[in-house]
Design a protein around this ligand. Structure first.
Ligand SMILES: [Ca+2]
Ligand SMILES: [Ca+2]
Length: 181
């Protein structure tokens, strides 16, 4: 009886482990299975855009991540710095008001939202540090750490193991997925 109970307990334990392994699914496999066509298109574009002669390397992926983030960061900071009328690096409530008077009603609302979103300490003045931090946040929002990790993980699809991912290897990996399903 004791032995049967122990075996049962062990079975329950294994079942629980199995369920946990299912929950903690590999993000790469998940992204591929969720939308294989979109995954393939995105990776093939990335290989074409950032790959070298032998394909997309980790360096190419890092460059893509950095460029995406820099673009979003610069755009967010530019919007705020366009309000810095006296060019002292900070944006005051008065400067915001002048810019808002010249703007359309819709833009006025958006300016207020961007200003208060960046004003971390709520003193109604954007310091250079707050403007930079707001840019950083916009960069991370454009391509977050999870997505960056996913792109790096895609290097596992490098079939011939030469450290560079080709469009062909991406297509083959996605096709394998179809066969397994
Ligand atoms: Ca200023
Ligand atoms: Ca502030």
């Amino acid at each position: 009886m004791v032995r049967i109970m122990a075996a049962l307990a062990l079975m329950v334990l294994f079942a629980a482990n199995g369920a946990m392994a299912q929950d903690a699914k590999d993000p790469l496999a998940e992204a591929m299975e969720r939308n294989p066509a979109r995954f393939e298109a995105r990776m093939v574009d990335l290989v074409a855009g950032f790959g070298g002669p032998s394909g997309l390397t980790l360096q190419g992926i890092e460059e893509h991540v950095a460029l995406e983030r820099a673009g979003a960061r610069a755009a967010a900071m530019r919007r705020l710095l366009a309000l810095d009328l006296d060019a002292d690096g900070s944006v005051t409530q008065d400067e915001l008001a002048v810019a808002q008077r010249a703007a359309s009603a819709t833009t006025r609302g958006r300016m207020e939202r961007q200003f208060s979103g960046a004003d971390a300490d709520g003193d109604r003045r954007l310091s250079p540090g707050e403007i930079t931090a707001s840019g950083q946040a916009a960069g991370l929002a454009a391509l977050d750490d999870g997505e960056a990790a996913l792109l790096r993980a895609a290097l596992r699809l490098d079939g011939n193991g030469d450290g560079a991912l080709t469009a062909d290897e991406v297509r083959k990996a996605v096709a394998r997925l179809d066969q397994e399903a």
